[in-house]
Design a protein around this ligand. Sequence first.
Ligand SMILES: Nc1ncnc2c1ncn2[C@@H]1O[C@H](COP(=O)(O)OP(=O)(O)O)[C@@H](O)[C@H]1O
Ligand SMILES: [Mg+2]
Length: 478
Amino acid sequence: MMRESLSLRFRLNLMIALTMLAILGLGTLFAIHNARRSVAEEINSTVNLALQLIEVSLADSPAASPPLGSWLSQLNRLDKTRHLRIQVTPFPESFSANEPPQAHAGSEGKPRRWSEHPPAGVREQAKRNTSEVPGWFAWAVKPRSIVAEKKVNTAGSDATRILIEANPEDEIAEAWHEALGFFTLIATLAVTIYAVVHITVGRAFRCVGVILDGLEDIERGDYGRRLPGFSLPEFARISQAFNHMASALEKARNDNRALTQQSLAIQEEERRYLAHELHDELGQSLSAIKVMTASLRKPDSRPQDNEAIDCIMAICDRLFGVVRGMMRRLRPLMLDELGLVVSLEDLIESWRSRNPGVNLHFDCEDDIEESAGAAKIHLFRIVQECLTNIVKHAEADDVRIKLALKEIAETDEHDRSWIQLTIRDNGRGFDPNGPRRGFGLLGIRERVASLGGLFRLDTSPGDGVTLEVCVPCGEASR
Ligand SMILES: Nc1ncnc2c1ncn2[C@@H]1O[C@H](COP(=O)(O)OP(=O)(O)O)[C@@H](O)[C@H]1O
Ligand SMILES: [Mg+2]
């Protein structure tokens, strides 16, 4: 769940950061490994060099046993040159004169008095160097201590043992400086690579953000939305394809609206024609039949003739009723003559008489008639369809119909007038996301879209239905 909510941008940044940390970690291990090896080699070679120097001086010396004073001064010189600690002790009994000089490791734990000879300058330098080295680095690269022993016969005294131990502090400091350079280099590289990738990914994601905004606008039905050109070629192509798709959708929607408008106009025209035919032809003919039949009645007519005349006139009256009903459904002629509000009142009145158990409330603002214009037939049809639905599906006992004028800000300075029609019932409602079952609501939606209006359906099972439609009073309704 949490993984799914992480954005691609965050994931990429995390991956790059982790890769950089891994590179830094490996680089550090590599640097420590190298430093450890070079410190160990240096220490080894320093101890070996010291031993060789002592042996060479012994071999060069004319007397087999040089005085201890001159030895110590020579040893002090060695102590000065490299980081060596030299201990001179009386020779223990167990030590064999013939034993070769040896270097051995791991002599910690033995109490030992080391020469206090290292000169102050060297000591200061070593201290300064090692104080800059972090403890973890010194711990990681420090070799095991290497000690060499050498027996020397000195004039006028007992045999002497010389212990040489290399002090790795300077080597460690040197290795630290080298490693520091290496760390700085890889850290700089890692930070630079991270910054470059971060900036590039950031630029790409700015484009992704713009594209996502555009797609959301399209999803909301704003097909006029276009994307800017991007400098990255892939995004430039996406932007081109998006703009192409949006203009195709916009054209298809406009064509659709024009077609809907035209088919609705044809439908209304046909209905108007049929209503007129019914009124002019059938209505007139029925009136004529009724008048002529009435004229057949004579005072001396036989009773069965009078019965036939009454029967024909009753059929004519029934047919009149049917024709009037058909005409009202097809096209309320009074819509053209008396207007929307009167036609709606007439429709509502006849609806009330057919559904006496339902409380139907109709509320209409005064200026609706002038503002409705060409939209009035659509508003009439929408009310008609909704009332039919309420009878068919709602089982409601309270219905409210309201027509109002509304000002909606279109731009900063300019408001536009809309006619707002709201039809609300307290019936059983339905699930608007369920499968579509008829074409009535779809027809309302299409009518409203063809006028460039807004459609809103608010319902859920058990909560009744509220349908709200806004159509512009402007050009669409003139
Ligand atoms: N006022 C309403 N109350 C309850 N359900 C409704 C109402 N209006 C519409 N419906 C539901 O919506 C569906 C679609 O309605 P509509 O598009 O007019 O088609 P039809 O009326 O032909 O079924 C209906 O079948 C009904 O289930
Ligand atoms: Mg219906």
